[in-house]
Design a protein around this ligand. Structure first.
Ligand SMILES: Nc1ncnc2c1ncn2[C@@H]1O[C@H](COP(=O)(O)OP(=O)(O)OP(=O)(O)O)[C@@H](O)[C@H]1O
Length: 273
């Protein structure tokens, strides 16, 4: 399961993700207005901004749920603007959803196994027709699922039905499922949302482990500023669809436009919470 950690050459390697001048309109609303930024391999990058800033819209463009009106998104050297949505796992982009996207009536293990097959679509076809190689692919998928169940500390829950589990545990199942397709880039949509204090403590370490031990680059949308400032290498701030700042957590936290955006929006968390 261990991936090569490529953080060492992050200064010379081309960015893993290049978002270039992305604009998205919904009727008269400009949800994203010429947004550009890069994500380097091996970094944890956070996308922040007050409600309505455009964070989810950008995430949805990255996972091809929304179309960009203009601009381009290049992943690992390949433009993805025209790729079909179902190809995202295969090219190496995985994601979680704010409201979870699990098969609630299935076990933890089966949910993770489904994730293992989302990358190797051909494996499913091979299995269905019992073509050569099916047994090997299935064995690899099972081994990967077990390793991820262990990594996410879900061993005790592996045979339980997902909908019977607490929300925080379901969030770990969703992470395991997203990692099962062996993404290079993992998009985390508000991973802290709905977690209790104890679960929140572990989440930062877990995201760092995903980057450090699995070599997965992470982009997260998150309102919890304690988490964002604690784990991110870089932060990109949006407001009203425009990028207003990017830099280290310390740079972004003290950026006048960021302070203004959050004070203006009267965010409860504030920028330094
Ligand atoms: N499918 C849609 N149809 C119409 N308008 C949309 C749609 N999706 C987003 N918008 C609008 O685009 C703007 C940006 O919304 P978006 O959800 O991307 O913001 P956000 O930063 O994710 O906010 P939040 O933190 O509240 O989730 C908002 O004005 C929103 O109402």
């Amino acid at each position: 399961m261990t991936h090569d950690n490529d953080r060492g050459d992050s200064n010379t390697a081309p960015p893993l993700l290049q978002v270039q001048g992305v604009t998205v309109r919904f009727g008269g609303i400009v949800a994203l207005d010429g947004v550009s930024f890069d994500i380097r391999r091996g970094e944890i990058c956070a996308l922040i901004g007050p409600n309505g800033a455009g964070k989810s819209t950008l995430f949805n463009c990255l996972s091809r749920l929304y179309e960009c009106n203009s601009g381009s998104i290049v992943f690992d050297g390949q433009p993805i603007n025209r790729l079909p949505r179902h190809r995202m796992a295969a090219i190496g982009i995985g994601r979680t959803f704010q409201n979870l996207a699990l098969f609630g009536s299935m076990t933890v293990r089966d949910n993770v196994r489904v994730g293992c097959h989302s990358k190797h679509h051909a494996g499913m076809v091979r299995n269905a027709f019992r073509l050569p190689g099916a047994a090997r692919i299935e064995a690899e998928a099972q081994a990967r699922a077990e390793a991820l169940i262990h990594f996410l500390q879900l061993d005790a829950e592996a045979d339980r039905i997902v909908s019977d589990l607490p929300f925080g545990t379901q969030k770990r199942v969703e992470l395991a499922r997203a990692l099962a397709s062996e993404p290079q880039l993992l998009l985390l949509d508000e991973p802290a949302c709905g977690l209790n204090h104890e679960e929140l403590q572990g989440l930062g370490d877990l995201i760092r482990d995903i980057r450090d031990r699995l070599g997965v680059t992470v982009l997260l949308v998150e309102h919890h500023m304690g988490l964002v400032m604690g784990i991110s290498d870089r932060v990109v701030a949006l407001n009203f669809g425009k990028k207003i700042a990017q830099g280290t957590p310390a740079e972004v936290r003290s950026h006048p436009e960021v302070i203004r955006a959050y004070l203006g929006a009267e965010e409860e968390e504030g920028v330094g919470a």
